[in-house]
Design a protein around this ligand. Structure first.
Ligand code: GLC
Ligand code: CA
Length: 565
């Protein structure tokens, strides 16, 4: 597989627009706010922005419930504000990728408003409608990702509609060619306005098992994340059609979100000979701390960090996709907590663990995604009480407390939310130490992380130990070193509980990437043995500046990239 596409040398920065930068003091980040920070993003060195949904939306699920795909939500600005942002980004050689949420719409979308009215209008089959069972109950025992049944009754049609997510997010019926054409058409609309590519929300879910078989275990809501809600029978046919209709003719980059996908079926999405998507976000490595035997929602019963599992998962993707497809590389996004709080040490070793996790990720083959604030080591928000959460995942679970469903007390849910909830990533960006971290002159839409006076962009960039500066280095390395793009991956010390070590080999030369992902010193004897005759040469990147060879043990969260000779 060639490695000459722009996105194969790129680093992409994800913006969660509500929380990035507020230009007009209403407490909500907006498009002019993003435009005002383009020079900051240019200084970091990123090549493209992925902007989470900014379309008209009632915000039941933070914009992932879209009521009009062609209009920017007034909270974020106007369509003209977006066109200006795109122009300004392009002037700086930064591409713009939008979120395509096409598994479902908002129930306020005109398509659904029409569809729910009757069984025989133009939009009737835009969604997935089924008759009740003879006893009036839902057509199957499927559960929604956000809790409760995945079916909602609509009295006007005397039928149920399917919703994998909130009941305000009805699933579109991709079996209907009119739906598919409508989606392709809106993609062309945004292309005409300069959009360079798409991040596709839960794309693995668009094709349904249309006979809706019951789960084997009745009422087993944990079953939602898996077998029946992803990888339906016509998924790849639909993606190939989309590719032919839009992606290839209009040269748009694509990254699909693919929950429920194993390494094997990920390759079906991205094998370049199949002409579907450029890359997918997979979840294996994000699932290593999920306890699949825990009650619903599993994620609020997190397990401790297991480095061996992380290495196994990331290595599997590196190996299976090598020369066939392209990987995404990420630890954070708007659905995940901060990696240093989840798996690192966000107190004593905040700089070291932020740079160590960045090193192992950015040394891999694929396209790295940096989530806003990751580049300055932002942490989870420990100052949240249950009432402070906005995320529907937490608020819905809070409603089920004390019931047999979750098995959680309020104290346990709060502790789990501090560890794993999505709002940890969604607190406003911390720009400086002034009021509300310089994010807004008004009242922020979500509580600020209490640590903004010490953790913020201005402070970080003044330090000798600057996480931002370290990211700049990693990004430059990706831009300049062909081996980072194309080199073959080899994991070392697969079962070592402290070290994540691997080599990349390109045209007979090798490079070593190693990090001690623990807060104790780690001996390097086994590493040196694994390297055999190869010696550590020039150090290209390191987060403990004094080191010159591999002789001394690696200190807590010490990381480096070195040429081997
Ligand atoms: C994706 C989004 C998430 C959203 C869900 C439903 O997983 O990343 O934020 O809640 O889809 O649209
Ligand atoms: Ca605003």
């Amino acid at each position: 597989m060639a490695t000459s596409e722009w996105w194969q040398k790129a680093v992409i920065y994800q913006i969660y627009p509500k929380s990035f930068n507020d230009s007009n003091g209403d407490g909500i980040g907006d498009l002019p706010g993003i435009t005002a920070k383009l020079d900051y993003l240019k200084a970091l060195g990123v090549d493209a922005l992925w902007i989470s949904p900014i379309y008209a939306s009632p915000q039941v699920d933070s914009g992932y419930d879209i009521s009009n795909y062609r209009v920017i939500d007034p909270r974020f600005g106007t369509n003209e504000d977006l066109y200006r942002l795109i122009t300004e980004a392009h002037t700086r050689n930064i591409k713009v990728i939008m979120d395509l949420v096409a598994n479902h719409t908002s129930d306020q979308h005109v398509w659904f408003q029409q569809s729910r009215q009757s069984r025989n209008n133009y939009f009737s089959d835009f969604y997935i409608w089924r008759d009740p069972r003879p006893d009036g109950s839902a057509p199957s025992n499927w559960g929604s990702y956000f809790g409760g049944s995945a079916w909602e009754y609509e009295p006007m049609r005397k039928q149920y509609y399917l919703h994998y997510f909130a009941k305000e997010q009805p699933d579109l019926n991709w079996e209907n060619p009119l739906v598919r054409e409508a989606v392709y058409d809106l993609m062309r609309f945004w292309k005409a306005h300069g959009v360079d590519g798409w991040r596709m929300d839960v794309i693995s879910g668009i094709s349904k098992f249309t006979d809706f078989p019951d789960y084997p275990t009745p009422n087993n809501e944990s079953f939602v994340v898996g077998a029946l809600h992803a990888n339906g029978p016509r998924l790849h046919e639909f993606l190939q059609e989309m590719n032919q209709e839009v992606l290839t003719p209009f040269a748009m980059m694509s990254v699909g979100e693919a929950p429920g996908s194993t390494a094997h079926n990920a390759r079906q999405f991205v094998d370049h000979t199949r002409r579907e998507l450029n890359m997918v976000f997979t979840f294996d490595h994000m699932d290593i701390d999920h306890d699949h035997n825990a009650p619903f929602p599993e994620k609020f019963h997190p397990l401790p960090f297991d480095l061996v599992k992380l290495k196994h998962s990331l290595s599997e993707w590196q190996n299976i996709l090598f020369e066939h497809g392209w990987n995404t590389l990420y630890f954070e996004n708007h659905d995940q907590p901060r990696v240093i709080s989840r798996w690192g040490d966000d107190q004593q070793y905040r700089y070291q663990s932020a740079t160590a996790f960045a090193t192992v990720l950015h040394g891999l083959q694929g396209t790295p995604y940096v989530f806003e604030g990751e580049e300055i080591g932002m942490t989870n928000a420990y100052n949240f009480e249950l009432a402070d959460y906005n995320d529907i995942e937490v608020t819905n679970t809070a409603k089920m407390l004390g019931t047999a469903v979750t098995g959680l007390s309020a104290t346990e849910l709060l502790a789990a939310a501090h560890k794993i909830s999505r709002d940890n990533a969604r607190t406003p960006m911390q720009w400086d130490a002034t009021a509300n971290a310089g994010f807004t002159s008004g009242q922020p839409w979500l509580k600020m992380n209490a640590n903004y006076a010490t953790i913020n962009v201005a402070t970080d960039r003044q330090q000798t130990q600057s996480i931002f500066a370290y990211y700049q280095q990693l990004i430059q390395l990706r831009h300049n070193a062909e081996w980072v793009t194309a080199g073959k991956y080899q994991l070392l010390l697969a079962t070592d509980p402290q070290l994540f070590a691997y080599t990349r080999t390109y045209h007979d030369h090798s490079w070593l990437i190693v990090a001690n992902l623990s807060s104790a010193n780690a001996a390097t004897t086994a590493l040196q043995q694994a390297l055999g005759k190869q010696q550590c040469g020039q150090l290209l990147v390191q987060n403990y500046p004094a080191r010159q060879t591999l002789a001394a043990p690696l200190q807590p969260y010490e990381a480096l990239i070195a040429e081997l000779k």
